[in-house]
Design a protein around this ligand. Structure first.
Ligand code: FBP
Length: 333
């Protein structure tokens, strides 16, 4: 039997100076949250959790019942054990300070409890995304301002993918490793060590229905992919769009590809669709650690100075050579 996720992390932490076990404890809580979410997602209609909750989240999106349930599960699994000082979620307007009845810890966590909401009721893969930061030294009652740390400050990032099988993929800055849930044993085991994104690909992913709103560089890049060899590219391309970022990124980690949710003029007030703190930053950390590139088209996402908990950014990530080509078009190449 290969190593369990927690054994893998404990052994990795042995190389970390002054490791206190706090981080391992926190990750263990995150893993148990994802196991519970995997159970609920897997049971679906059997436990009446499909469908809309009839309420809206801070993004103005209609919440699914599972958006609310998974948010609650994640909070309950992580608030009690003394590793966190506060949390921030896609489903909550402001941060969630650890209740006074529980001890506080030295970490902050941001999370998207259920990514790919539009796919929940149609049984297509969805996921949970998380990013762990350090709480600034001496801060015991953190505010949203204490979360405003660039992606380069992340201690750990990961996602759980609830698909044909349930997986967790994690980086702590020492490469990317994937673990599969053995439901009989009830634990995640190392199945995808040292995941690497091929530098080249002929697979692109973008929501084509937004084409008329894209900027020129993206119009040009996608048009060339669609035309392939008939349009001057050295190869033909295939297209994919799952509408679950977790599933797209996992496909890219597994076989390469480029994923784009660029800026578009559909709603110029929004810099993009995806959120920096709990979608773009954690996925960028994972992609870069697997040898890929992640950009807004103009800047490295992980260098961005966050301005708000629910800030949106353009995202172009994946296989190095294709992302760099798309970025070069933004720079006028
Ligand atoms: P949430 O489901 O967490 O709101 O995430 C946004 C998301 O569903 C991404 O997972 C996905 O890549 C994108 O939106 C799909 O957007 P669209 O519906 O425009 O294709």
């Amino acid at each position: 039997m290969s190593k369990s996720l927690i054994q893998f992390i404990i052994e990795e932490q042995r190389h970390v100076q002054n490791a206190s076990g706090d981080f391992t404890g926190l990750l263990s809580d995150v893993v148990s949250a994802c196991k519970q979410i995997a159970h609920d997602v897997n049971k679906g209609a059997l436990i009446g959790v499909l469908g809309s909750a009839g309420s809206e989240n801070v993004q103005g999106e209609t919440q699914k019942k599972l958006d609310i349930i998974t948010n609650e599960v994640f909070i309950k699994a992580n608030e009690w054990s003394g590793h966190l000082a506060a949390m921030a979620s896609e489903e909550m307007e402001d941060i969630y300070p650890i209740p006074a009845k529980y001890p506080k810890g030295k970490y902050l966590i941001t999370f998207d409890p259920l990514d790919g909401s539009s796919n929940i009721d149609v049984n297509i893969s969805v996921g949970t995304i998380f990013s762990i930061l350090r709480c600034p030294e001496g801060v015991t009652n953190p505010t949203a301002a204490d979360f405003m740390q660039p992606g380069t400050k992340q201690v750990c990032a990961g996602y759980a993918l609830y698909g044909p099988n349930t997986m967790m993929v994690i980086t702590t800055g020492h490469g990317v490793n994937g673990f599969t849930l053995d439901r009989d044993v009830g634990d995640f085991f190392l199945t995808h060590p040292n995941m690497q994104i091929p530098a080249d690909t002929n697979e692109f992913a973008i929501n084509m229905s937004n084409q008329r709103y894209w900027e020129k560089p993206v119009q040009r890049y996608v048009e060339e992919c669609v035309k392939g060899k008939d349009g001057g590219r050295e190869k033909n391309f295939n297209m994919r769009w799952v509408a679950s970022m977790v599933a797209e990124v996992h496909r890219i980690l597994t076989r390469g590809g480029i994923f784009m949710y660029p800026f578009d003029t559909k709603d110029p007030a929004k810099a993009g669709k995806l959120r920096l703190m709990y979608e773009a930053n954690p996925m960028s950390f994972i992609v870069e650690q697997a040898g890929g590139v992640s950009s807004t088209g103009r800047e490295r996402i992980m260098d961005l100075q966050p301005q708000g908990l629910h800030q949106r950014v353009p995202v172009i990530l994946g296989s190095k050579n294709e992302v760099e080509r798309a970025v070069s078009y933004h720079k006028g190449a």
